[in-house]
Write a protein that binds this ligand. Structure first.
Ligand SMILES: [Zn+2]
Length: 315
């Protein structure tokens, strides 16, 4: 059994995961605001999930850039910023035996580890994973290994260029994919239509009930035939498809795994995107690279973190 710990979003999650990827026990809490609070939270949660059992290994999935050689957090903006410079394995002192192997990586890479061990990348040597939520996370499986690059930064597919004249991104670059296609970018586009006085059933609802706005709402309105919602999604999916085609040419994957809240929209995302990439890559790749949903039952991040630990000691 493996201990998986997910540090991300607004929750801290821990779980005991079997060698087959089943979550045996899990527990979570609101994100602590300091290292001391985090240590207290882990000291409460981990004994709950272990119930006296000793894991073969432990894994952390964490936002930001993680030094995988020693589990140190290199860069982590936002609410978890207090972890910058912290060696994550030190947080487990006294909670698991000192000799237990501990691995850590960026949470999109641990999600890919989960897919490799128990999900849609199982048995594959080349795959791309993109988590499509408020931002875009990415990870690359290349020739059987998770690509980490010279400084563990590789795989930040949300910061691949989508538009050289595009909006500023939090990373300092302009026109990143994340600034064009994320949930926040879709919502921002809907708002701009309201502000510019464009009329449609969707903008009428948003004017009267601004709190209604979500990416899901835009997808629902598009499904009902709203022309502006359809326009937003059509244009953004086209850009995403074009970027994805470039990634397919660069990495030649067997499969592309899409997860997160935007992927949850299902065929409304997968079908137009598959068409868009197919025509763009046909000449060089001579095949259709399937876009698939996550193959994991658990998408909380715990299984991925446990899979990282599992792969670290078995491969
Ligand atoms: Zn960026």
């Amino acid at each position: 059994m493996y201990l998986g710990i997910d540090i991300g979003g607004t929750r801290l999650k821990c779980g005991l995961v079997s060698a087959q990827g089943e979550i045996l026990r899990s527990a979570d809490t609101h994100s602590p605001a300091s290292r001391l609070a985090l240590e207290s939270a882990l000291a409460a949660l981990i004994p709950q999930v272990l119930e006296g059992r000793i894991p073969l290994a432990a894994g952390f999935g964490c936002k930001g850039i993680i030094d995988t050689s020693d589990t140190t957090v290199r860069t982590l903006p936002g609410v978890w910023g207090f972890l910058t410079g912290v060696r994550l394995r030190d947080l487990l002192n006294g909670l698991i035996p000192a000799a237990t192997p501990v691995a850590a990586d960026n949470d999109a890479k641990t999600a890919l580890a989960g897919e490799m061990a128990w999900g849609a990348a199982r048995g594959r040597k080349n795959a791309l994973l993109l988590t499509l939520g408020t931002g875009i996370g990415g990870a690359i499986l290349s020739d059987g290994r998770i690509l980490r690059g010279a400084a563990d930064v590789a795989g930040h597919l949300g910061h691949v260029l989508a538009d050289p004249h595009g909006a500023p991104c939090f990373c300092g670059n302009h026109g990143c994919l994340e600034a064009v296609f994320s949930a926040r970018a879709i919502e921002a586009e809907a708002w701009s239509l309201v502000h510019r006085g464009c009329a449609s059933p969707m903008t009428d609802i948003l004017r009267a009930h601004p709190e209604t706005l979500s990416t899901r709402f835009v997808f629902e309105q598009a499904a009902l035939g709203d022309p502006l919602a359809k326009h937003i999604l059509h244009s953004k999916l086209r850009v995403f498809g074009a970027v994805l085609a470039g990634l397919l040419h660069a990495f030649d994957p067997e499969v592309v795994i899409l997860s997160g809240s935007i992927a949850d929209a299902g065929p409304a995302v997968f079908e137009p995107l598959q068409k868009e990439i197919d025509w763009r890559v046909h000449t060089l790749l001579k095949r259709s690279v399937p876009l698939v949903k996550t193959g994991l039952q658990d998408t909380s991040g715990v299984a991925g973190a446990a899979a990282l630990a599992h792969l670290a000691i078995t491969s």
